[in-house]
Design a protein around this ligand. Sequence first.
Ligand code: PDD
Length: 275
Amino acid sequence: MKEIGYYQNRFVDINDKVVPIQERGHQFGDGIYEVIRVYDGNLFTFEEHIDRLEQSAEAIELDLPYSKEEIHNIVQEGLDRSGIKEAEIYIQITRGIYNRQHHYPDGPAVFSMTVRHARKIDESTKERGIDTIVLDDVRWLNCYIKSLNLLPNVMAKQAAMKQGCAEAILHRDGIVTEGSSSNVFIVKSGTVYTHPATNRILNGITRQKVIEIAEKLRIPVEKVHFDLEMLRSAEEVFMTNTSMEIMPVRKIDEIELSTDRPITMKLIEEFQKLI
Ligand code: PDD
């Protein structure tokens, strides 16, 4: 098994230095990305991720260099070459190589990819839940685009880590949006609440699966705005993304939540069956 990379039409060693200095992704963060999980050698929700990649591309007027089928072939070949069964695939498309002028170049977009071992989710962390801090959401207003520009997200995550926490819960004027790299759900009186899929959040693929599961289990889901007061008085809180799946929250700033999490546990159990 070995981790591998791909850059502009060829497979490379994961540690090869292949990105040219005039790359738009490198110079401007001018591009988009996706993170896809592989469980036991099988791509999980690949279609959904590529659909979202196409939406992001359209939103920034970027022509994808490959069709969905071509992307699938590259990803599958990468996976086969790596021999990794529990993998995390990172796909990145930038607006290519240019002479550092702000406007769009005419040249083709550049596709890159890494196939790496998935980060192991520590079962004891999942049982205990993660600690979080609440921060102002200072990002732009097009968070539905999975953009390479992650500086505010990176800063929020670092602020959380500095305080010994695993994730930051963001809010805009008191309305809870999402995490620095995840979506946020709360449970109140048996109902699950999460921010609607507007331009203020990334519509997580895991989020969509959780909503589907909840609806199948006849657990009511409200995709509505909720505020910090509601977050802080929630009975259960959890966060979702491709890497950590469904992760219970133990603490929000100084507030300790109950470790009794019947709805979160049911959703985790059902999600486990899906993967
Ligand atoms: N991030 N919101 C933000 C801001 C995210 O960065 C992510 C995922 C999500 C959840 O999306 P999904 O369920 O499709 O993974 C929500 C990925 C994992 C990352 O940047 O590594």
